[in-house]
Design a protein. Structure first.
Length: 161
C-alpha cells in the first residue's frame, strides 16, 4: 500500500500553537507529513529559515514528519516528495478566498495535486504568526499563542533588534 504523504507549507515565522494543531491533526490523516518552510522573498522574516527549522525540529518530534525548506513552485516540491496533497489550515472565512485561488492555480498547473483544507481548532481561529510577532514586539504576553521555546526565541530575537 502506498504511503499517504501530505505537504504542509508555510512561513512558520514563528511557529504557533495553531500550526502545531494542524500538524498533530494532519498526522491523524496522513502516514507522513512534510513541513515545507517557504522562502518567501516578498516577506522579511523575523526568524531566519534555519532558525524556523530549528524551532520546528524542537517542537515536532515525530519520525513521520520531515521538515524542509523550499523555494519555487509548491506543486513541484509536492510532486518531488512523492505526494499529491497540500495540507492547508483555514482559520476564518477571510482565509478561504485566498486559499481557494491558490488551490485552483496549483491544480491548473498539476491537476493530480489536491489541496486539503483543515479547519483550525476553535482556540486558534484568530491566531497568526503576524499577530504573535506584533504582540511580542510591543511587549505583550504570547504564552497562550506559542510554546515556551518560541517565547524564548522571540524574547532573544527582539532584544537583539
Amino acid at each position: 500500500m502506498k504511503k499517504r504523504i501530505a505537504v504542509y507549507p508555510g512561513s512558520f515565522d514563528p511557529v504557533t500553537y495553531g500550526h502545531l494543531d494542524i500538524i498533530r491533526r494532519g498526522l491523524e490523516v496522513f502516514d507522513e507529513l512534510v513541513i515545507a518552510v517557504a522562502r518567501n522573498s516578498e516577506k522579511k522574516g523575523l526568524f531566519s529559515i534555519p532558525e524556523r527549522i530549528e524551532l520546528l525540529e524542537r517542537l515536532v518530534d515525530n519520525k513521520r514528519v520531515r521538515i524542509e525548506t523550499f523555494d519555487g513552485l509548491l506543486v513541484d516540491f509536492v510532486l518531488s516528495h512523492g505526494s499529491r496533497v497540500i495540507l492547508r489550515g483555514l482559520r476564518a472565512v477571510s482565509d478561504f478566498e485566498y486559499e481557494f485561488m491558490l488551490a485552483q492555480t496549483n491544480r491548473a498547473m498539476h491537476d493530480e495535486v489536491e489541496t486539503m483544507f483543515m479547519m483550525t481548532s476553535v482556540p486558534y481561529v484568530y491566531l497568526s504568526s503576524t499577530v504573535v510577532k506584533e504582540i511580542a514586539t510591543l511587549g505583550g504576553p504570547v504564552e497562550t499563542f506559542v510554546p515556551p521555546a518560541v517565547q524564548d526565541a522571540l524574547k532573544k530575537k527582539l532584544s537583539q533588534n
